[in-house]
Ligand binder design. Structure first.
Ligand code: ADP
Ligand code: MG
Length: 250
């Protein structure tokens, strides 16, 4: 049926299982009751208005904020033991590459950094080529790049570690429409040749719809509805999801 694109490396193997996840800052609940699971190769889109808890969910999945509940990768791994393997397997790209890229490091140094941390080898030129970054950009600094190039460097830095999951938090929100489309196309291209799952967070349904197999709708720190993309877009069951999607159709 109209499920996730099979043949793209989607399998019935569990990639991620989240149960009863919550995050609180100083006893103030930011997200709660988060439950979902995802299989290898499947892409999840997380949509919701600003302040709904999308970035907090990303940070929790990355083990970068304290959370309650269960986050389990590949049926076994959790953040509980300082798991360097998992640190490599779950990568992230944030919205603003200007603040996430060290201004004093060259493109080459930025892309190589994770390789050193994880003591693995990788081919900087090859990964740059895959991201359509000319290799003569290797010695440039972030401020010498365009916004789209900067974000592709951030993606290269993540992908050179050969992750199984790439979490993208508003990856194209700071970019113009054409650059945004190019990056989404590149991500799809990469997925057609390697096994990877994307968790794509955006406030923009158009971005989510291009890439997601499943969509989770967030409101006030909770997932109010989650389902296959088609179902969420064509026949949302939740009133809030419906209003969100109707707004995008206008
Ligand atoms: P989104 O990414 O959907 O815009 P966030 O996860 O960034 O939402 O934020 C969700 C809520 O949590 C917001 O009300 C925000 O003000 C609050 N929040 C986010 N980070 C912190 C923090 N470090 N301390 C306290 N409150 C926070
Ligand atoms: Mg956010």
């Amino acid at each position: 049926g109209g499920g996730p694109a099979r043949g793209r490396g989607v399998s019935s193997e569990e990639l991620l299982s989240v149960k009863n996840l919550s995050v609180a800052y100083k006893k103030h609940t930011i997200i709660s009751d988060i439950n979902f699971s995802l299989n290898c190769g499947e892409n999840l889109g997380v949509i919701g208005e600003s302040g709904s808890g999308k970035s907090t969910l990303a940070l929790a999945l990355l083990g970068l904020v304290k959370s309650e509940g269960e986050i389990k990768f590949f049926n076994e791994k959790t953040w509980k033991k300082n798991n360097l393997d998992l640190r490599r397997e779950v990568q992230v790209v944030f919205q603003d590459p200007f603040s996430s890229l060290n201004p004093r490091m060259t493109v080459k140094e930025i892309i190589e950094e994770g390789l050193k941390i994880h003591q693995i080898s990788g081919d900087v030129s090859a990964i740059m080529k895959r991201l359509h970054l000319n290799s003569d950009l290797q010695n440039r600094y972030p401020h010498q790049l365009s916004g789209g190039q900067r974000q592709r460097v951030a993606i290269a830095r993540a992908l050179i570690l050969n992750p199984k999951i790439l979490i993208l938090d508003e990856p194209t929100s700071a970019l113009d429409y054409v650059t945004q489309s190019e990056i989404l196309k590149l991500l799809a291209e990469i997925q057609s040749s390697q096994n990877i799952s994307y968790i794509l967070i955006s406030h923009d349904l158009e971005v989510i719809a291009q890439m997601a197999d499943f969509i989770a709708v967030m409101k006030s720190g909770q997932i109010v509805e989650i389902g296959e993309k088609k179902q969420i877009i064509n026949s949302p069951k939740n009133d809030y999801s419906e209003s969100l999607i109707t707004n995008f159709r206008l």
